[in-house]
Design a protein around this ligand. Sequence first.
Ligand SMILES: [Zn+2]
Length: 259
Amino acid sequence: MEHIITTASTYEEQLADAVELLQASQKITVLTGAGISTESGIPDFRSPGSPWQKQPPVTFHAFLNQAEARRRYWETRRTLLPAVKQARPNAAHRALAELERQGRLLGLITQNFDGLHQDAGNSPERIVELHGTSREATCIICDTRTSIEDVQRRVDAGEAEPRCSLCGGYLKAATILFGQRIPDDVLTRAKELSIRCDLFLVVGSSLKVTPASHLPRLALQAHIPLIIINVEPTRLDQQADVTLHEKAGTVLPRLIALL
Ligand SMILES: [Zn+2]
């Protein structure tokens, strides 16, 4: 496919090209990042002004080795809970659920762990949560999943470092911390979805974080067309067939309505 020189075309032309590509596709793989959830009130921790700029996030290494880091982990989590609990899917999430209802969605890979794609109506079996989920708790040793609400209640009741009732390992949310490996099966599935689709659509990701940023590259190597929807430019804009620097909640519903 001939790649369009994005700088030379207007926004409306890009929009028309996106509709054409989407209409021609039946097996779309979508990669979503923090940008889709900021419109639901979930902070993007990598943006200026985020809570992480005042206090860097607890790394997996620190969580494993330092009681103070585990305490800080649970404290930070408590301060973020109100925003997370209030968050509802926005128009962009709903548009991606509509894409699935239309039978065009092969898979939905997300860097977010907020569960909003499931809330919007996408089937859990089509979703790959690269960075895990904050809606469950997990044991760092035996990986047994438990209720995050129960664990949070134990923390709130004064248990500084809740442990697994089966093996005694530390419990944490089932998200991937900095320095923690993404499980092989999760990454393998994401890579397969990236090369088996007939269109790769990036929504709300600046493509700065690996391995998520590699996935659209895999698609490009497989000669799969690429659409990028992100407020800020990304490193792959020049290689994408279409780039739309716009809020996902504005442009995605518009695109899907035109299919
Ligand atoms: Zn355990």
